[in-house]
Design a protein around this ligand. Sequence first.
Ligand SMILES: Nc1nc2c(ncn2[C@@H]2O[C@H](COP(=O)(O)OP(=O)(O)OP(=O)(O)O)[C@@H](O)[C@H]2O)c(=O)[nH]1
Ligand SMILES: [Mg+2]
Length: 300
Amino acid sequence: MSFFDKIKAGLKKTKESTAANINAVFATFRTVDEDLLSDLEDALILADIGAYVAADAIEELRKQSKLQNLQTKEAVIDCLAKILAEKMAPNNGLQLNTKPSVILMVGVNGVGKTTSIGKIGAKLTAQGKKVLFAAADTFRAAAADQLTIWAQRAGADIVRHAEGADPSAVIFDAITAAKARGCDVVICDTAGRLHNKQNLMNELEKMRRVINRELPEASVETLLVLDATTGQNAISQAEGFNSVTGLTGLVITKLDGTAKGGIAIHVSSSMQVPVKFIGVGEQVDDLLEFDALDFTRGVL
Ligand SMILES: Nc1nc2c(ncn2[C@@H]2O[C@H](COP(=O)(O)OP(=O)(O)OP(=O)(O)O)[C@@H](O)[C@H]2O)c(=O)[nH]1
Ligand SMILES: [Mg+2]
């Protein structure tokens, strides 16, 4: 499957549902008027783009439709796709400029952290990078086993400790090993945690401190993994994790399983954190580098 076919297939449910709503809006289209704008706004909100973001986008569309004298359905939709894409934080790609660099994956339980690490690791090793996984989800033994399988699949090394070990100690050892072995990137898996559980968030802060202490000059990407099927709760997850670890990017997973893909637009534009990847399936190559305009066109 080509890249664009994958985006299209991954967004199939969102597209079908949103496109049906938008087609209904345009069923009696003659000109861009207040009724049309208001119905479009409703369609955006139904796709989980969020009320504020939708209202801003429609306001901008009102202006642009006059300036550009938009006459056709296609022109209106294309203009709206561009407006929404521009509202999102621009994707600057993974910033991994030091050797080693670090990627810290965080998020609530079951969102796809470990799977996304496997997929990102495979992308990096395919680029010729030496990658090491740190199994800092020590909460359950199966977590490190799962990451070990992904390490084999991705051609990455792994550092793991026994179940129940201090996750910060795993990260410390992984960084030490990465320095000794000349690795390019350390990717740290962490246990799923709720953003409002203070003790677990403190543990995460400690991991972040160890990285800063051991690699003060290093590029560090802190990526929040969000499950697209969870809807509006993604916003409070993003705010909670951002206040503790400072997010540099988002990975939106399970887009293949939801009609609410607009949540990616909502979180990225309201928090001004870029979406770096989207997950559209369970296989190793089901992770796509994010392109805002392809995405908003796919949604609409
Ligand atoms: N359909 C689909 N499934 C996904 C995607 N990403 C992850 N999954 C599935 O989601 C489930 C949970 O994935 P994990 O990677 O274990 O999630 P996690 O965040 O590491 O979970 P915890 O460590 O328990 O917090 C697995 O069955 C994955 O195969 C995706 O993009 N699409
Ligand atoms: Mg996991």
